[in-house]
Design a protein around this ligand. Structure first.
Ligand code: GLN
Length: 489
């Protein structure tokens, strides 16, 4: 397949399938061939569903032949992060503790993708239970950055970002608890959208920290992220925290421009350990918005420095509660028929990796009788202050522009100390604590050619403004692709 098809994008591929310029089977086979050719070295996928994908594609083609419309993602090959369950397709959250588990149902977001005509190619690599920022904490294998195989793709949705960047999926789903969509999107030079908390149903997303987790799209363009969110968003009776609002109409905002838009630069996001090349790129992004008619203002979010400590109490506390269900009995293994006791022992031996254990220890400690007031409750109070900072800023401006990450993609093994790794998300965590939406968009590269991502943060339920501003940045900075994957499969 020509790389042109691999990078044509979801909206354009659906258009071609519906216009019968290409069949869903041809597209699916072509993407599967690219995965077979490239993914051995890259590590974006944990499971590839050759047969299932082909069967779905046949159905889409049959619908088209019968004059039916398969939907806005007709025949579009997508990948799904392995913390999101898929019926009949192995789902492990990149953890040995779920090795071989085949879910009996689809997550709501996956069901909605399929109902819109999308073809699920397989399950994407990530950090175990979405805990990490580099994909090095996968229980199976690391995923590399397609721009430089010696560097990490970011995490936890590293596979979701790398697959899009390498043209091994037209678009993907990730999850974002503290930055796991936006940070890998920035490291891999793709677009990543973390929706408002509750915008997308979490039914079928394996829980990490339930008050922070959110499913969202990664893709090669703002348009494709908007299209995917339109498909997966909306109330779901199976998730009590899903917001009772219809899916937003986002694509009209792509061409709305930014004339008159008030853009805030939060002072606290340009201080401290911010790489000068990243700072310069984000300031240039601000200038581009001004050139296009926006107004730029400095704003302050005074509690920003408390976001990281608050997150690392709230997230582990909720994780410790959520992960108690993996006692080795309820979620089974391949090769059934083994004695339960033996299965239990095996599960424990091959169980949680060190980062997951660390989170469970911290979370359990924070929730212990006598500690709750000092830690979890205090963290929730800080969380309220962080949210108030955003509320006040959004009285002055419509959207915030910040760096997504303090640096471009770092080298494998570079952040061995847990706190160093946690700091990779210092600019993305507050968004989850406040429940607001965030969009990472490529805004150029470092002198050594690594992608840099800007982050746009918006009011709750105002993804439209993120799409408006994000599309403007895309027009200003264009899209780049990692050269090694530009050729035919
Ligand atoms: N890197 C952060 C963590 O390890 C965020 C992860 C995420 O968003 N899932 O918790």
């Amino acid at each position: 397949m020509s790389a042109e098809l691999a990078y044509a994008g979801a909206a354009e591929l659906a258009r071609r399938v519906r216009a019968r310029e290409v069949s869903a089977v041809e597209l699916t086979d072509a993407f599967l061939a690219r995965i077979d050719a490239h993914d051995g070295a890259l590590g974006a996928y944990l499971a590839v569903d050759h047969e299932g994908a082909r069967n779905r594609a046949l159905i889409v083609d049959a619908m088209i032949a019968a004059g039916q419309d398969p939907g806005p993602l007709a025949g579009v090959p997508v990948g799904v992060k392995d913390v999101i369950v898929t019926e009949g397709l192995v789902t492990t959250a990149a953890s040995r503790i779920l090795d071989g588990w085949v879910p009996p149902y689809d997550a709501t977001a996956v069901a909605r993708l399929r109902a819109a005509g999308a073809i699920v190619l397989g399950k994407l690599n990530c950090d175990e239970f979405a805990m990490g920022s580099s994909n090095e904490r996968s229980g199976y294998r690391p995923c590399q950055n397609p721009w430089d195989l010696g560097r990490v793709p970011g995490g936890s949705s590293g596979g979701s970002a790398a697959a899009v960047a390498a043209g091994l999926a037209a678009a993907t789903l990730g999850t974002d608890t503290g930055g796991s969509i936006r940070q890998p999107a920035a490291f891999c030079g793709v677009v990543g959208l973390k929706p408002t908390y509750g915008r997308v149903s979490r039914w079928g997303a394996i829980a990490f920290a339930s008050s922070l987790d959110q499913i969202g799209p990664l893709a090669g363009s703002v348009e494709d992220c908007a299209l995917l969110l339109e498909v997966i968003a909306g109330a779901d009776p199976r998730d009590a925290t899903s917001i009772d609002q219809p899916a937003p109409s986002l694509r009209p905002a792509l061409t709305a421009g930014v004339a008159g838009l008030k853009v805030g630069l939060p002072r606290e996001y340009f201080e401290g350990a911010l790489d000068p090349e990243v700072a310069a790129a984000v300031r240039a992004a601000g200038d581009a918005l001004v050139t296009a008619g926006a107004e730029l203002r400095e704003v302050t979010l005074p509690h920003t420095r408390f976001a990281l400590p608050a997150y690392y109490v709230v997230a582990p506390a909720e994780a410790a509660s959520n992960l108690a269900r993996y006692d080795g009995v309820r979620f089974g293994h391949r090769g059934g028929g083994r004695e339960l006791a033996e299965m239990y022992a095996t599960t424990r031996a091959e169980g949680f990796g060190p980062e997951v254990k660390r989170r469970i220890m911290i979370g359990t400690y924070a929730l212990r009788a006598g500690h709750y007031e000092a830690y979890y409750r205090k963290a929730q109070q800080v969380r309220a202050l962080i949210k108030r900072d955003f509320d006040q800023a959004f009285e002055e401006v419509d959207v915030l522009l910040t760096p997504t990450t303090p640096t471009a993609a770092f080298a494998r093994g570079e952040k061995a100390a847990p706190l160093d790794m946690y700091l990779a998300d210092v600019f993305t965590l507050a968004c989850n604590l406040a429940g607001i939406p965030g969009l990472a968009v490529p805004v150029g590269a470092t002198a050594s050619g690594l992608p840099i991502g800007a982050q746009l943060l918006g009011r709750a339920l105002d993804e439209v403004t993120l799409v408006r501003a994000g599309a403007e940045l895309e027009r200003a900075f264009g899209t780049r692709r990692p050269p090694a994957y530009e050729g035919a499969a």
